[in-house]
Design a protein around this ligand. Structure first.
Ligand code: T1G
Length: 698
């Protein structure tokens, strides 16, 4: 079936794009539009309505075509063909009209939209810029500042707002968009004069210092990114040179961004995040578990309350259970506080807050959770405690109730063995703060049934989170890799790099926060107690030595006013502490570690390659089923820079052969205890392969 069809309705031509799932502008669509417009003109139509079948008007260029040899007609040519029409062309907009879809609509003479539609330029999220006139036509409609805000944020705006500022000419409120679009087209056709072209408008002048001020305003949030600056330059050109020259410059900037490693990384993540939330190979999507409406959360602490709030926010009935009355009261207070904060910030309506709290019950009695469809355990990170809780849940809950644990590192199989229903037990590892962090590691035990995995993926999607299915091992994917990264950041202290130097090097490289600042934020005692639970710690007195010394000295981090850094009251700014410096020197001396000057490159390589080495082991063991899943975990759970695509994509970008050679150097210099080369890294390093091409078990 053709992806673009033309129907003549009296003296009107209706051109319908039908390219599921989002009417992306593939080569066939672009060619089909040109052909349909030619035919409509040849037929002498008074006007053309351009609309889309399915759930949305065009949601953008076909990202799958990027990086492949481009095929004409290019989108600018399609837009130029529409603008050359002697009769009006009206875009009928619904759904999410994004990127090239909005550029196509701006090439039409007029735009009509249903009020629920959204329009925007998300290209910056892909390391790109609007490359088909968006940087030129949008400022002509809404002015430089509003256009820059839309393109730099990448956030869509609703049709009502878009109509208010002039992007949309009319709202279709009858419920029949096509009918209203045809009526609007007839109106424009009856005028007889040549339809207006946005390209013929001029951009309202700006103050002399506008662009330099605007660059300062966005500097922090666009740190390290390439395409925002290119967008600003394009809008500057819109005010300075004729449009055809500005369009030429825009195209040049677009292709430079397209060729950048940043765009490759961001496009990789776009697809990896959609792939990661699909059932892993071997799990039948049709399995489907019980309908989940009532969720019980065991443990009213910070994580339990955050999980409960997330579930309430999307309509579940939630029962929070805690054995301790005061703890339960604190948990309810936390949830109420989250709603109050949401209402105060205008993120949650008072009605929604009231509705959510109306679906919350709290109890100290396990009987209250007997009829839950799903139970999420979020009690203290102790295997003994968790085993007791699961044994009791197994006795109390319905036979088909799914029992999930929020453990961050412990053995899901052992927890499952505390029940008589191991096939119903799964890990749902939320990240703190649970109501904000998008990532959920869905940990499948040996016995976990497909239906339970599918139910957990569906829960994550409903919570608007990224649920990634991972295997059961110590630390699963994220925290297991974190040890490689954290271990090196600790050893580097003893070897001579100051905490602020380590954090600074990694933040400069792109990490949201340095490892020592993160440790102080999370609380050094958290890692300390997990390490005490471990029975497989390396036989190395240097392993997390400074973290242990600080905890044993009562320096737990921000919450005690000092940890690796010190903090002035009321401030979150980490301040280097000479006392810690002296302790590090003392410990290094006691451990016989020779101290030396260490440069930023070694800091970054040892910490980031420490991630990659563990990621390679995770892949070859099948703990992650795709290298992209590891990338999705690290950009969504640990602040890995999105514009570097995740640890495994970054390794593919650098070249696995180069990573392999450097890791061999580290092994030879620091020993095989931490730098033993995984087989997969060696195989790919020698063959020139990529992690992205590795299929576990293949
Ligand atoms: N190209 C190709 N495939 C796309 C696509 C696109 N633009 N958008 C979505 N898909 C696929 C997606 O991979 C998934 O496939 C399915 O559609 C459903 O997507 C020229 C250069 C539109 C808000 O950045 O933001 O135009 O996994 O799961 O949650 O200057 O998709 O089912 O096989 O996300 O309902 C600009 C990207 C491109 C929009 C719908 N446009 N898409 O969300 O569904 S660059 C974008 C989205 C550009 C111009 C520039 C979302 C959505 P599968 P989904 P959703």
């Amino acid at each position: 079936m053709s992806v673009v069809r033309l129907e003549l309705e009296g003296r009107l031509a209706v051109v319908t794009i039908d390219n599921p799932p989002v009417n992306a502008l593939s080569q066939a669509v672009r060619a089909g539009i040109v052909r349909a417009v030619d035919e409509a003109e040849d037929a002498g139509a008074d006007a053309i309505v351009l609309c889309c079948a399915g759930r949305t008007f065009v949601a953008g260029a076909d990202i799958r075509e990027f990086g492949k040899p481009p095929k004409p007609p290019w989108l600018p040519e399609v837009i130029a063909r529409i603008e050359a029409c002697r009769r009006p062309v009206v875009a009928a907009i619904h759904g999410t009209t994004l990127g090239g879809g909005l550029e196509l609509a701006l090439g039409c003479h007029y735009r009509i939209a249903v009020p629920t539609a959204r329009v925007g330029f998300p290209e910056v999220n892909l390391g790109l810029i609007p490359g088909s006139g968006g940087t030129q036509r949008l400022p002509r409609l809404v002015g430089a500042e509003r256009a820059l805000d839309m393109m730099i944020s990448g956030k869509p705006v609703g049709a009502v707002e878009a109509a208010r500022v002039g992007v949309i000419d009319r709202l279709a409120e009858s419920g029949d968009l096509l009918d209203e679009a045809m009526g609007f087209a007839r109106e424009q056709a009856s005028g007889g004069e040549r339809p207006r072209l946005i390209r013929d408008l001029s951009v309202d002048p700006v103050d002399p210092g506008f662009f330099s001020d605007y660059r300062k305003r966005i500097a922090r949030r666009t740190r390290g990114l390439m395409s925002p600056e290119r967008i600003v330059r394009c809008v500057e050109a819109a005010l300075q040179v004729p449009i055809d020259e500005a369009l030429r410059q825009e195209r040049e900037h677009f292709f430079e961004c397209m060729a950048s490693p940043q765009s490759s990384a961001l496009r990789h993540l776009f697809f990896a995040e959609r792939q990661a939330v699909k059932p892993p190979p071997g799990v039948s999507p049709a399995a489907g578990g019980p309908e989940i409406t009532h969720i019980a959360v065991i443990g009213a602490g910070t994580m339990g309350a955050g999980i409960a709030y997330s579930c309430l926010g999307v309509g579940f009935r939630v029962t929070v259970l805690d054995y301790d009355e005061a703890g339960l009261a604190r948990g309810r207070k936390t949830i109420e506080g989250l709603y109050e904060g949401g209402v105060a910030r205008g993120k949650v309506s008072p009605a929604k807050a009231e509705d959510g709290l109306g679906r919350l019950t709290t109890s100290q009695d396990y009987g209250a959770v007997a009829n839950a469809d799903l139970v999420i355990e979020a009690v203290f990170e102790s295997m003994a405690v968790k085993e007791q809780v699961f044994a009791r849940l197994d006795r109390v809950c319905r036979a088909d109730t799914i029992l999930a644990t929020n453990t961050s590192t412990l053995d899901v199989d052992r927890i499952a063995q505390a029940t008589g229903r191991p096939e119903k037990v799964i890990g749902t590892h939320f990240f703190s703060p649970a109501h904000i962090m998008r990532l959920v590691e869905i940990v499948r035990g040996d016995a976990t049934g497909d239906a339970v995995i599918i139910s957990a993926l569906a829960l994550a999607k409903r919570l608007r989170k990224v649920g990634v299915v991972v295997g059961n091992c110590f630390g699963f994917v994220g925290n297991r890799m974190l040890y490689g990264y954290g271990r090196e950041s600790q050893l580097l202290l003893l070897e001579g790099a100051a905490p602020e130097q380590i954090d600074g090097a990694l933040q400069e490289w792109g990490m949201a926060m340095g490892p020592h600042a993160v440790g102080d934020l999370a609380g050094l005692d958290v890692g300390y107690s997990v390490r005490r639970e471990r029975t497989d710690l390396p036989d190395d007195p240097r392993f997390y030595r400074m973290a242990d010394v600080l905890v044993e000295a009562g320096r737990l981090g921000r919450k005690t006013g000092k940890g690796m850094y010190r903090y002035e009251s009321g401030s979150r700014a980490p301040i280097p502490d000479p006392e810690v410096e002296s302790w590090i020197a003392r410990e290094a001396d006691a451990l016989g570690v020779e101290r030396r000057a260490i440069d930023a490159q070694e800091i970054v390589e040892r910490c980031i390659y420490g991630l990659i080495v563990e990621g390679a082991r995770i892949l070859e063991e099948g703990i992650a089923s795709r290298s992209g899943d590891i990338d999705v975990v690290w950009v969504n759970g640990y602040g890995f820079p999105r514009h570097r695509g995740g640890p495994m994509h970054y390794a593919d970008t650098i070249g696995v052969d180069k990573i392999y050679a450097r890791v061999c150097e580290f092994r030879d210099r620091f020993g095989p205890m931490y730098w033993e080369v995984p087989n997969l890294l060696e195989d790919l390093g020698r063959s020139g392969g990529k992690f992205a091409d590795f299929k576990p078990g293949a």
